[in-house]
Design a protein around this ligand. Structure first.
Ligand code: 0RA
Length: 663
């Protein structure tokens, strides 16, 4: 070796060691990079790769992205962008492709000029996907040639290879998640579908195809109407007050702003905001800009045109947002994210950019569409009048019950400690289940609130009706954090850190759960946003053999347990009998094994309920998240709203998922 070669070799191995250390860190603590290693984290890998292609599209070099779930369980993401550069990296000397694939945080962002807006809040880069994949392969088409490199758990298995000539350009990444990291590596079409559809709505020039090679399922997402189409999709089950959503598009100081909105016949406000394709759950300055512009412009128009009069009903910002469905999307060069979940935009300059663009264009729209303007203002006036009436009614009852309103609901079995961080409240349907829960609980930190009768469907009711409902009143006073919009909720007064919905695992239970979730979503969204709402998972089966008692939470688990208990005695026909005949409430005995299917929570004795569903050591809770609020909103509408046809279609199309529909 010459001296020069020696130096080069040493440099190479030094960078390799650093690279390995970086990727080793990812493999040691994957959750730090992708959130978790559950189903969500697994699918996040795909989003991470897609984000890079979206960045390339936002830079103006790519308009087609294809995602495929392959026969062998791997996933391929292909785009028609410029292709990741393959030449030597100016600093690291090795191939840029290898740097992008094997260095933490290198993922294309070193090219700041072209990457003004970048897709990822997560934005951890494709090297993380590489590190968490058993194998990964990238094929780059660029400058008339094709190149390939393959990796094993993030480590290159050789240098970048030249494959030959091509006329194409773009990047094709295939990866197979590592089973050492992920327990379950089954990709699900419906999970990938949601984010890809959302991305296509947000970026109207991009066509995204999702294909499942395992069953030949395919969907193409390409929405030329962009956010207009998004708003119509969200409101599919609602009656719109105007023919086409109002659409505003503009750019100021290098910040593109896009907005679509319409009014429907519901009473709820639905504003979804995005920054660089990231859903800003907690809102921020762009949302403030939108609200300010909307209130100012609509108010001005109302007074100028004699639709509202001084001294009469005053229309508030809230009134202009009753029945509003809006999607706002901005692209910000250097976004500052704040808040608990880092999804609140902090950039102060964005407020005035959004306010100016929407202010100007909305004024113009109202002048040109006076009949739409009149309908919108009149709707707001009706909202204002209803709000006034509700306030008067509330003042009256408040005076009547001045003392009452401070007390806790009578049927609440409260816990003895008061530190919210350690307290939890179970919302239980029906008296008998409530009784078992009260006996089975640990009364020091677990409170029980039995809910009787039907929960009000808040989709179909105005605020004052909601406030009058007994069950809702009981929840509001038990939780102690208030009710209404985010600003009406005071999390510091919340009396329980965990609010746990515990319903039967049947159709009625799932209906009640959906009603409760709809209520939280509309009137206590902050509780969901801050991770306070959970769903208990009661078991479906009890399997007993001699002294061994096991519980199964689904059919697969039941079959696994049966197999183990029957080990050594394999008569498949018998086993099938045992499984098939397991109707709710039925008890089956065979070969010393007793299989019983629980009818409902009330049927479990207090000890069983504690052991399977309430004991923090052994239970499983599902945390309710706002991950895809637009989709959730649509689902609540479809399931709870008036329109029959969309609901029928939805249930037919999703029959196989109905069990988990509302979780
Ligand atoms: C850095 C520089 C350039 C392209 C990319 C990264 C790039 C990365 C990915 C990842 C997936 N698809 C991608 N497409 C492009 C371009 C540099 C240039 O050509 O001047």
């Amino acid at each position: 070796m010459t001296k020069e070669q020696e130096v080069e070799a040493r440099q190479y191995s030094e960078t390799s060691i650093k690279v390995l250390e970086g990727l080793e860190a990812v493999r040691k603590r994957p959750a730090m990079y992708i959130g978790d290693i559950s189903v969500r984290g697994l699918h996040h890998l795909v989003n991470e790769v897609v984000d890079n292609s979206i960045d390339e599209a936002l830079a103006g070099f790519c308009d087609t992205i294809t995602v495929a779930i392959n026969m062998d369980g791997s996933v391929t993401v292909e785009d028609n962008g410029r292709g990741i550069p393959t030449g030597p990296h100016p600093v690291k000397k090795i191939s840029t492709l290898e740097v992008v694939m094997c260095t933490l945080h290198a993922g294309g962002k070193f090219d700041k000029q072209t990457y003004q807006v970048s897709g990822g809040l997560h934005g951890v880069g494709v090297s993380v996907v590489n590190a968490l994949s058993e194998w990964c392969e990238v094929v780059v088409s660029r400058d008339g040639m094709q190149y390939k490199q393959r990796y094993h758990r993030g480590v290159p298995q050789g240098p970048v290879e030249t494959l030959g000539k091509t006329k194409k350009s773009g990047t094709l990444t295939t990866f197979y998640p590592d089973v050492e990291i992920f327990k379950n590596i089954d990709f699900r079409f419906e999970v990938l579908e949601e984010r890809l559809r959302e991305l296509a709505y947000l970026n109207k020039s991009i066509s995204i195809t999702l294909r499942d090679e395992r069953n030949q399922e395919e969907e193409v997402f390409h929405f030329k109407g962009g956010l207009r189409d998004f708003v119509e999709y969200i409101d599919a089950a609602r009656e719109s007050m105007i023919k086409k959503p109002i659409y505003i598009e503009g750019e100021r100081d290098g910040t593109p702003v896009e907005l679509a909105f319409q009014y429907n016949d519901s009473y709820s406000e639905n504003i979804f905001t995005y920054v660089n394709n990231i859903h800003t759950i907690e809102g921020g300055t762009h949302l403030v800009g939108l609200k300010t512009a909307l209130t100012r412009v609509l108010n001005n128009y109302a007074y100028k045109n004699g639709l509202a009069k001084e001294g009469k009903t005053t229309i508030s910002g809230d009134d202009f947002r009753e029945g509003l469905t809006a999607v706002l999307s901005v692209k910000v060069a250097e976004p500052q994210f704040e808040g608990q979940t880092k999804t609140k935009l902090g950039n102060s300059e964005t407020k005035s950019v959004v306010e100016t663009i929407i202010g100007e264009q909305l004024s113009l729209y109202l002048e040109q569409n006076p009949s739409v303007a009149k309908r919108v203002i009149e709707k707001a006036l009706r909202a204002a009048e209803a709000r006034e009436a509700a306030r008067r009614a509330r003042d009256l009852t408040r005076r009547k019950n001045a003392l009452d309103s401070l007390s806790l609901p009578g049927k609440l079995a409260d816990c003895s400690i008061t530190d919210p961080e350690h307290c939890e409240i179970y919302l239980v349907e029906g008296d008998s289940a409530g009784g078992s829960a009260k006996q089975g609980r640990d009364r020091r930190f677990q409170a029980i609130l039995p809910l009787r009768g039907k929960i009000l469907n808040v989709e179909k009711a105005r605020l004052h009706k909601v406030l009058e409902n007994t069950e809702i009143n009981a929840m509001v006073s038990a939780f102690g954090a208030g009710i209404g919009h985010d600003e009406d909720i005071d999390l510091t007064s919340l009396r329980y850190g965990k609010i746990i919905i515990m319903t039967d695992a049947d159709v009625d239970g799932s209906h009640i759960r959906t009603l409760l979730l709809t209520f939280f979503f509309r009137y206590m969204k902050a509780l969901i946003e801050n991770g306070h709402v959970f769903i208990a998972q009661p078991p479906l089966y009890k399997i007993k053999k001699g002294k061994v008692e096991r519980y199964a939470f689904d059919d697969d688990e039941r079959d696994d347990i049966l197999k183990v208990l029957r080990a050594g005695k394999s008569d498949p026909a018998d086993l099938e009998d045992l499984e098939e005949a397991a109707e709710p409430g039925l008890v089956l005995k065979k070969d010393g094994i007793t299989l019983s299917r629980f009818k409902g929570l009330g049927e479990m004795n207090p000890d069983q309920l504690w052991e399977t569903t309430m004991n923090p050591e052994t239970r499983t809770l599902l945390r309710v998240t706002m991950e895809n609020a637009a989709e959730a909103d649509r689902l609540f509408q479809i399931l709870m709203g008036d329109a029959v046809e969309p609901r029928r279609q939805f249930i037919e199309r999703n029959a196989k998922y109905v069990r988990n529909l509302d979780v």
